[in-house]
Design a protein around this ligand. Structure first.
Ligand code: KG4
Ligand code: ZN
Length: 353
C-alpha cells in the first residue's frame, strides 16, 4: 500500500498545478504556475483566456513535476485529475493531459472532485485525522460546511446562498485599489493589519436564519456603500476609494474582515452542534480552501474548535490554495479502495491542445 505513487493535475480555475505524492504522505514534487498577472490585468477569470493560459504551460508543469520527482510516466501507479467543479474549458486541458500521460502505459485514471480534494488533503497533513470529521471549505467559488462521514460519504450542512467569502475578499480588494498580483485576499489581509476592526459597524449576515448557510453579497454591498459614502460625488467604489487615505482603507479592510470571519465562526459553532448530533465521535474541525491561508481566519477558527473540544486541522497555505498535491492525495485515497478507471485505448487523444 505504501508504494502507491500518483500524479495529480489541477486546472479547474486559474492555477495550472501538478504534483507527485506517495501513499505514505511524502510529497515528491509540487509545481504551480499561476495566472495572477492575467487576473490582475483583466479583473477576473475569462474562461477562454484562462483555458489558453493552461494549455500554454500544462506540458511544462507536468514535465517539471516528473523531473523534480526523478520519475518517468511508468513509475506512476495512476494519474488523478480534477474533473469538477470548475470552468469546463479549463478542466478539459487537465483531463486531456491526464489521458495523454496515462495513455502511454495504460495507467489508471482517477477523476477528482475539487472540493473533496480541498477537504481530504487535511488527511495528508494530519495522520491522526480519521473519519468522521467536520469540514469548512472556504474558497473563491465555494463556502461549504460538510460532515465527512467516510470516504465519498459527505453530508452538506451548509452552503452559500449567493457569493463565497473569497469572492467578497477579491471584489473588495479591487475596490480598495490593492495590488491584485499577490491575490486580492492576501492583499486585503495585509492591509487589514494596519486598520481598526471596530471602526465601521458592518452587520453580520444571516443573523435571523438559524441554519448553517452563508451569504456574502449583502456584506459586500455594505462595504461598497461605506466606500462610496466617503466621497459623495462618486457612486463608483473604485474612484471613491482612490480619494481615501491608506488609514481609512485599512479601517474598511479590517472592519470587513472581522465581520466576514465572525459569520464563519457563527455558522461553524452551529455546524459543530449539528454534526455532533449525527456523529458524536467527531474530534476534528478541518478548515481548507484558499481563504484558509488567512492567518486571522485560522486563529479565529482555532478558537471555535478549542471551545468545542475539537482539534483544528488547517493545511499550510500552499496546500490550502489550489494545488496538485491535494488532487494526487485524493487520488491515493480512492485508489486504495479500488476506485479508478482504466481508459480504453480508443479514449486516447492524439495530442494535448
Ligand atoms: O481554493 P482557491 O485557491 O481557489 C478556488 O477554488 O476558488 O481559493 C482562492 C480564493 C481567492 O478568492 C483568494 O482571494 C482567497 O482564496 N485567498 C485569501 C487569502 N489567500 C487566498 N483570502 C483571504 N486571505 C488570504 N490570505
Ligand atoms: Zn479551490
Amino acid at each position: 500500500d505504501d508504494d502507491i505513487v500518483i500524479l495529480g493535475i489541477e486546472t479547474s480555475c486559474d492555477d495550472t498545478a501538478a504534483a507527485i505524492v506517495r501513499s505514505d504522505g511524502e510529497i515528491l514534487s509540487q509545481v504551480v504556475s499561476s495566472q495572477e498577472e492575467l487576473l490582475a490585468r483583466y479583473g477576473g477569470v475569462a474562461p477562454k483566456m484562462a483555458a489558453e493560459a493552461h494549455s500554454l504551460v500544462i506540458d511544462q508543469v507536468v514535465k517539471q513535476a516528473l523531473e523534480n520527482a526523478n520519475m518517468e510516466e511508468n513509475d506512476l501507479s495512476a494519474v488523478a485529475v480534477t474533473i469538477g467543479p470548475g470552468l469546463s474549458l479549463c478542466l478539459g486541458v487537465g483531463v486531456r493531459k491526464a489521458r495523454q500521460v496515462a495513455g502511454k502505459f495504460t495507467l489508471p485514471i482517477i477523476g477528482i472532485h475539487h472540493m473533496e480534494a480541498h477537504a481530504l488533503v487535511a488527511r495528508l497533513v494530519e495522520k491522526e485525522l480519521k473519519f468522521p470529521f467536520l469540514v469548512l471549505l472556504i474558497s473563491g467559488g465555494h463556502n461549504l460546511l460538510i460532515l465527512a462521514r467516510d470516504l465519498g460519504h459527505y453530508v452538506q450542512l451548509g452552503t452559500t446562498i449567493d457569493d463565497a467569502i473569497g469572492e467578497a475578499y477579491d471584489k473588495i480588494a479591487r475596490w480598495l485599489g490593492l495590488d491584485m498580483r499577490k491575490g486580492g485576499g492576501a492583499a486585503l489581509e495585509e492591509l487589514a493589519h494596519e486598520g481598526d476592526s471596530d471602526s465601521i459597524k458592518f452587520s453580520v449576515p444571516m443573523k435571523q436564519h438559524k441554519d448553517c448557510n452563508f451569504s456574502y453579497a449583502g456584506l459586500k454591498t455594505q462595504v461598497r456603500l461605506a466606500i462610496e459614502s466617503s466621497n459623495i460625488n462618486m457612486s463608483d467604489p473604485i474612484s471613491s476609494a482612490s480619494c481615501l487615505d491608506r488609514a481609512s482603507r485599512a479601517n474598511i479592510a479590517a472592519s470587513f474582515q472581522r465581520v466576514a470571519v465572525l459569520h464563519l465562526e457563527e455558522r461553524c459553532e452551529r455546524a459543530v452542534k449539528w454534526a455532533l448530533n449525527i456523529e458524536p465521535s467527531i474530534k476534528h474541525l478541518v478548515v481548507s480552501g484558499g481563504v484558509a491561508s488567512n492567518q486571522y481566519v485560522r486563529t479565529r477558527l482555532d478558537h471555535v474548535a478549542r471551545k468545542n473540544d475539537l482539534q483544528l486541522v488547517c493545511p499550510p497555505p500552499s496546500l490550502c490554495t489550489d494545488n496538485g498535491v491535494m488532487i494526487a492525495w485524493t487520488g491515493i485515497e480512492h485508489f486504495r479502495l479500488g476506485r479508478f478507471e482504466i481508459p480504453p485505448p480508443a479514449c486516447e487523444p492524439k495530442d494535448s491542445v
